[in-house]
Design a binder for this molecule. Structure first.
Ligand SMILES: C[S@@+](CC[C@H](N)C(=O)[O-])C[C@H]1O[C@@H](n2cnc3c(N)ncnc32)[C@H](O)[C@@H]1O
Length: 205
């Protein structure tokens, strides 16, 4: 989707993506390093359902999104749930992480990372991750028999089926799951194919 469409969508009172956390964020917390303090970024956080979940687990989290209207709702949700989150507007293509993190979380967003930026951006996000830190990701995958979704934008780029793991060859893969699911985003029922994965940086790097 385009910036203006996202802004308009997030200007509505209703939470488009809901307020319940995605299952992957719960799994990410289970795989996070076992330490008292953890720092996370949720890139493409939308209206903040997963950022707020991370904050509820005592994790220091920054919700990053290109659409400020989504981030406003994320702050509102955090206030309602009585937790604190940081928010920052950013584009995943040019995003610079200025402080080290333990959890890089991004679902439904890495398709906006243009193919020729992927190697460098994943390298940067990895380099800013502390030893034993994790990346939990969901990528839309181009799969035979699954037609293009009606709301797929020309600023979105599929991943090839095994592409994600190529950015994480020197990390451990803790979890991976190929999925096909029904969706009605945009008001028209359709299906998506995707891969979710959790990678961990070796403790010695
Ligand atoms: C499918 S939504 C997922 C939102 C959220 N992760 C969730 O699951 O509730 C994708 C999000 O990516 C954001 N987005 C789109 N392009 C982006 C970009 N270039 N950089 C960062 N975020 C972007 C959109 O504003 C939107 O909130």
């Amino acid at each position: 989707m385009k910036y203006d469409e996202l802004q308009q969508m997030y200007a509505q009172d209703e939470y488009y993506w809901g307020t319940d956390p995605n299952e992957l964020v719960k799994r990410a917390v289970e795989h996070a390093p076992d330490q008292d303090t953890l720092t996370a970024v949720d890139v493409g956080a939308g209206e903040g359902r997963d950022s707020v979940y991370l904050a509820e687990q005592g994790i220091t989290v920054t919700a990053i999104d290109i659409a400020p209207n989504g981030l406003e709702k994320a702050e509102q949700l955090a206030e309602e749930k009585d937790v604190s989150i940081e928010v920052a507007q950013g584009d995943i293509n040019t995003l610079t992480l200025t402080t080290p993190i333990d959890i890089f979380y991004s679902i439904g967003t890495i398709q906006y990372l243009q193919p020729d930026e992927r190697h460098d951006q994943f390298s940067h996000f990895k380099s800013q991750t502390r030893p034993s830190g994790i990346h939990a990701l969901f990528a839309f995958v181009d799969k035979d028999g699954i037609p293009l979704a009606p709301d797929w934008g020309d600023n979105e780029y599929f991943y090839n089926e095994d592409e994600l793991s190529t950015y994480y060859e020197e990390w451990d893969c803790l979890y991976t799951n190929d999925v096909v699911f029904d969706d009605d985003s945009g008001g028209e029922p359709h299906r998506h194919a995707g891969t979710e994965a959790i990678f961990q940086k070796p403790s010695s790097r």
